[in-house]
Design a protein around this ligand. Structure first.
Ligand code: AHR
Length: 533
């Protein structure tokens, strides 16, 4: 239903909320603090770094001789900013790049590494100076779990199997010896292993059946060495291609009682991924500017972002039919906004700015992730630095924290917390956007270590939301609120100005067990409080 929004006409997204007098929406919700649900896997706050544009080179890696403070060539400001997010994992080396990458080109003395053409991203020459050792050193500095994607599209099973041996084997095996000859004595721990990327597209243009066979084959030879146990992730669907997921579920392996036994009697893969980007259009060639958009375009972006809930549920439903005990994980290993590149930048480098709109897209995604914690085990923002919906932008030696970064920071208390039911009572504020009902209020909650954390997003561009949360099942203590907003949806941070900042949300109060707060127009907020028995 279209609400009685007096400000519903087309206005520019740069209109300041402070200058509008549209009445606030009222939202009443119930939080059931004594009904903890599934654990929100910390890995849904995961990241993605591809050899693409300035993500690796200039983003993570500046080289040992750089004036930018670094450790072994890795940018320390970037490392610290991501450590502050409690970054749980990092996916590498792609993306499309992964299916062109031959890992042996990226080990050994840097000045002797062969070069290659990065055919997907700008057709530039890649010098392989950032390879396996550099990536693993980065993960160690970050305290993040590595998620390595094998080359299925143009590599070989042997190449992939030997990479695992190189990374994780301790004894005198040929690959362990090779690793030692390159200066690393001990094996690394590699928990996450990807079997290719987008095999229906840049990863080989395959049918689901053809890929399922390859995934079983690669999975079979993706061995556990010593006490390193791989969680093998089969490359999955684009968006709502549920048929792809179904074919992968049918081919999974033994413990679901389908297909044949893999090499050592376990499943050939333990999880299935999918990708979903927030792309508005009108066409792929014209996806719109990241920073210049009007209110109509803003709402269309939010309609696309909100689709994530339905798409996760769609894949989860297919998986439930084969795996009612939810032993197989669903992984969204690429998500985020995708706009036109910044004017004057290489179209193959996918560099876009990041506004308050991007932050609200992130808020909506995380609420959906939390609600599907029983199936979704991992998600990876695309991408971490300087590419697409980046957390961080580098500009020479300057580092910019984007609005999206702040959502990850404000939400980090949800990592490994138990999800809590938070239900809007009565009418959720909505707005009609090109015939679609967009809920303009979104929220989710969790509990961990005696604290409750609620995330709230007000997507309405003009109207505040007066929110009342009836907290049941615990005695809430003093609430603390944090707010991310700005004068305009198009506001974004640069090396010179940072208008999108986190500040205290002053207007949070507790009346008995009712939490009351005002969410300004176009804002994201968190409220936390101690919860006694
Ligand atoms: O993130 C950019 C690209 O988007 C990835 O390389 C690919 O997997 C997807 O199409």
């Amino acid at each position: 239903m279209l609400d009685d929004d007096p400000a519903a006409g087309t206005t520019t997204a740069t209109t300041s909320a402070a200058t509008t007098a549209a009445p606030a929406h009222r939202v009443r919700a119930v939080l059931e603090a004594d009904l903890p649900g599934a654990r929100i896997n910390r890995h849904v706050y995961g990241h993605f770094a591809e050899h693409l544009g300035r993500c690796i080179y200039g983003g993570f890696w500046v080289g040992e001789d750089s004036d930018v403070p670094n450790e072994g060539g890795l940018r320390l400001d970037v490392v610290q900013a991501l450590r502050d997010l409690d970054i749980p994992n990092l996916r590498w080396p792609g993306g499309c790049f992964a299916d062109t990458y031959h890992w042996r080109d990226g080990v050994g003395p840097r000045d002797q590494r062969p070069t290659m053409v990065n055919s997907h991203w700008g057709d530039v020459v890649e010098d392989n100076s950032f390879g396996t050792h550099e990536f693993m050193a980065l993960c160690e500095l970050l305290g993040a779990d590595p998620y390595v994607s094998a080359n299925v599209g143009s590599g070989t099973v042997r190449e992939a199997a030997e990479w695992i041996e190189y990374l994780t084997r301790a004894d005198e095996s040929p690959m362990a010896q090779l690793r030692r000859s390159h200066g690393r004595e001990e094996p690394w721990r590699v928990p996450f292993w990807g079997l290719g990327n987008e095999p229906w597209g840049c990863g080989g243009g395959m049918s689901s059946g053809a890929y399922a066979d390859l995934a079983r084959q690669y999975g079979t030879y993706s061995l556990d060495h010593g006490d390193n146990h791989l969680y093998r992730i089969a490359a999955g669907a684009a968006d709502a291609d549920y048929r792809w997921t179904e074919v992968l579920m049918q081919n999974l392996g033994r413990y679901l009682g389908v297909g044949e036994v893999s090499g050592h009697g376990t499943n050939t893969y333990q999880a299935i991924s999918f990708h979903h980007y927030t792309v508005v259009g009108p066409t792929w060639e014209n996806k719109g500017s990241a920073t210049e958009f009007d209110e109509d375009e803003y709402y269309r972006t939010m309609v696309k972002a909100a689709e994530i809930e339905r798409i996760i549920a769609g894949h989860a439903n297919v998986m439930d039919a084969y795996d009612p005990d939810r032993r197989v994980g669903l992984v969204l290993d690429e998500w985020g906004t995708w706009f036109d590149v910044e004017p004057g930048t290489n179209p193959g480098f996918l560099f876009q700015q990041n506004t308050l709109r991007d932050a609200l897209v992130a808020g909506v995604h995380f609420d959906a992730f939390h609600r599907h914690a029983d199936r979704l085990v991992m998600a990876n923002i695309a991408q971490t630095v300087n590419v697409l919906q980046a957390m961080l932008l580098t500009d020479g030696d300057a580092l910019v924290l984007t609005p999206s970064y702040h959502v990850f920071a404000m939400n980090k208390g949800h990592q490994d917390a138990a999800s809590l039911p938070l239900t809007v009572r009565g009418q959720t504020p909505t707005r009609e956007v090109d015939g679609t009902e967009l809920a303009t209020f979104s929220a989710s909650a969790s509990t961990k270590d005696g604290q409750v954390l609620i995330s709230l997003t007000n997507l309405d561009a003009q109207r505040a939301a007066e929110v009342e949360v009836d907290v049941r099942g615990c005695a809430p203590g003093t609430p603390v609120g944090r707010l991310l907003s700005a004068g305009a949806l198009t506001d974004h941070n640069t090396a010179d100005a940072t208008p999108v900042q986190v500040r205290d949300l002053d207007d949070v109060r507790l009346d008995g067990t009712t939490l009351r707060l005002t969410l300004p127009a176009h804002s994201f907020a968190t409220v936390s409080f101690p919860a006694a028995g």
